[in-house]
Design a protein around this ligand. Structure first.
Ligand code: ING
Length: 312
């Protein structure tokens, strides 16, 4: 009997800088209820789901920066979301800015949690591939200061046995790096859930919007196929105080095919009944890692960070 997991990607339209967490949580609860009504067991929310994408701003006051972070989950503002999910018996993945008191200091991460249908936190992930820059770019129309506001995640790419399968997580820019999927693929992952906030324009070079959507989907589909896993990606999309984020929330099958995709740039639920055994043939034949991988030739991937050109 095949193992089916009905999952929803909950796309969240722009969150304005002035929007309160309470107002956002009300929107998330409405999406949760819609997904539950559609028979979903797991809802995937975007990256930094509780606030606007604040790394687009150069903020100097540490207290103003920290106001975007959660010191604990659930917090007073997010407790209603946890309560509603538990009442409905539906699990969820939530991206948020995490402020943690660890190792005798204050740490800041771009994080996500996976919450089971019983309301308990199954696992946490901290974003590893932080795009953008550390110092503000003078006169730029917007910034991308994730390297300034967040530390590199220190939890690796774990997977968990949950929802009847093997589930992994990553966040936004992680989805562009094949290493992200392969490390989880080597742990037998059957579904990777992720949120993203992808600006619709680039600071560094002009790029047509259609190409940003193409690269977004290319990354999801390649990662899914090359590791025989479902990939569920939920966008924060649309306008945030005039700044555009692409939509394109999608559910991608282990075959690399798109099973569902959002059509709007606002709050939208897309869902699919995912057969967790659909990736079996891919894992056992084409990408049978044990049978076909030759790690003796892959050294550079873990021993070398950047490019070293051949001698002239
Ligand atoms: N956002 C973007 C992303 O990876 C980006 C940053 C956009 C990088 C386009 C490269 C090209 O989707 C986040 N938050 O990582």
């Amino acid at each position: 009997m095949s193992r089916t997991l009905k999952v929803a990607a909950a796309q969240v339209g722009g969150i304005q800088r002035a929007e309160s967490r309470q107002a956002v949580v009300k929107r998330l609860i409405a999406l949760l209820r819609e997904a539950h009504a559609a028979g979903c067991e797991l809802v995937v929310f975007p990256e930094l789901t509780l606030t606007t994408f604040f790394p687009r701003y150069f903020i100097e006051d540490p207290r103003e920066i920290d106001a975007y972070f959660e010191r604990a989950l659930p917090s007073a503002a997010t407790q209603p979301l946890f309560d509603e999910a538990k009442k409905l018996g539906i699990g969820f993945h939530l991206g948020y800015a995490e402020l943690a008191e660890e190792g005798g200091g204050i740490r800041h991460y771009n994080s996500a949690i996976l919450v089971g249908r019983n309301g308990r936190i199954v696992g946490k992930y901290r974003k590893i591939h932080l795009p953008g820059h550390q110092e503000p770019i003078p006169d730029a129309p917007f910034q991308h200061l994730e390297k300034r506001y967040f530390e590199v995640g220190d939890l690796g790419f774990p997977v968990w046995r949950a929802f009847g399968g093997i589930i992994g997580m990553c966040i936004c820019n992680d989805r562009r790096w094949p290493e992200t999927y392969r490390v989880m693929g080597l742990q037998g992952v059957e579904m990777i859930v992720l949120g993203f906030n992808t600006p619709d324009s680039n600071i560094f070079h002009s790029e047509p919007v259609h190409r940003r959507m193409f690269h977004h989907m290319l990354s999801l589909q390649a990662g899914a196929y090359q590791n025989g896993t479902w990939v569920v990606a939920a966008a924060k999309s649309g306008k945030e105080d005039g700044h555009g984020l692409i939509g394109g929330s999608a559910i991608v099958a282990p075959t690399g095919e798109v099973a569902a995709q959002a059509v709007s740039e606002g709050d939208e639920i897309i869902s699919y009944a995912c057969d967790l055994d659909l990736g079996r043939n891919i894992k056992e034949v084409v990408f049978n890692f044990a049978k076909h991988r030759r790690i003796e030739h892959y050294k550079l991937i873990t021993e070398q960070t950047g490019v070293v050109l051949p001698p002239e």
